[in-house]
Design a protein around this ligand. Structure first.
Ligand SMILES: [Ca+2]
Ligand SMILES: [Ca+2]
Length: 199
């Protein structure tokens, strides 16, 4: 093996090592962004379902505490979800988005709400438990005038405080809320949430 071949082999081993230990940053960025795209698509579907529900019920679905879905107190704290709510799906005689009338075929789970023990970011990529356990639905805050659906986004905690920051009587999304929007141009794992609000 001549010197040039040895140098090429050496460089290839170094590059392979970098990919092995650090992963492919381009691939991983794409993965994180595709999850945000999925959340946005699911929130669009939910928005249509919420408006259909309103036409029939003259109100938006009731809220239930997020602790129904995130049952471990440490996990609620890690997600900053103690004060968050999601929506009633319908049970025990209560009307909800899926029962007795199905306004949406499935109740989408938020891929950014897996349990902290089994979901984590590593070198820009998002890993999660293969059993798909621990996922919660979108956080939701609603009243007779409007609603907001919230995903914690890639930083894995809720930044929007809907009770204080969502006002259905003013034009939405408000400047105050836009400050809390996840923006990938600030970095793939930047602060902020992925949300959709009645407009
Ligand atoms: Ca967040
Ligand atoms: Ca945050």
């Amino acid at each position: 093996m001549n010197l040039l071949a040895k140098i090429i082999l050496f460089v290839l081993i170094i590059v392979a090592g970098i990919y092995l230990f650090l992963g492919d940053p381009f691939l991983e960025c794409g993965h994180g962004r595709s999850m945000v795209s999925r959340v946005k698509a699911d929130q669009r579907t939910m928005a249509t379902a919420l408006e259909s529900y309103f036409i029939d019920n003259d109100s938006y679905p009731a809220m239930v505490p997020m602790s129904v879905y995130m049952t471990v107190p440490e996990h609620l704290a890690a997600w900053k979800a103690e004060d968050m709510h999601t929506m009633e799906t319908g049970r025990a005689g209560l009307n909800g988005l899926t029962t007795p009338a199905a306004y949406v075929t499935g109740f989408p789970v938020d891929p950014f709400t897996n349990e902290p023990s089994v979901a984590f970011w590593h070198n820009g990529d998002f890993f999660r438990d293969v059993y798909d356990q621990g996922f919660a639905p979108f956080a939701y805050y609603g009243n007779d005038l409007g609603w907001i659906l919230i995903s914690p986004g890639p930083d894995l905690d809720y930044d929007v405080e809907p009770e204080a920051e969502y006002d259905a009587t003013i034009c939405q999304p408000s400047d105050r809320l836009i400050l809390k929007a996840y923006d990938p141009t600030n970095g793939v794992i930047s602060d902020g949430d992925v949300f959709r609000v009645k407009q």
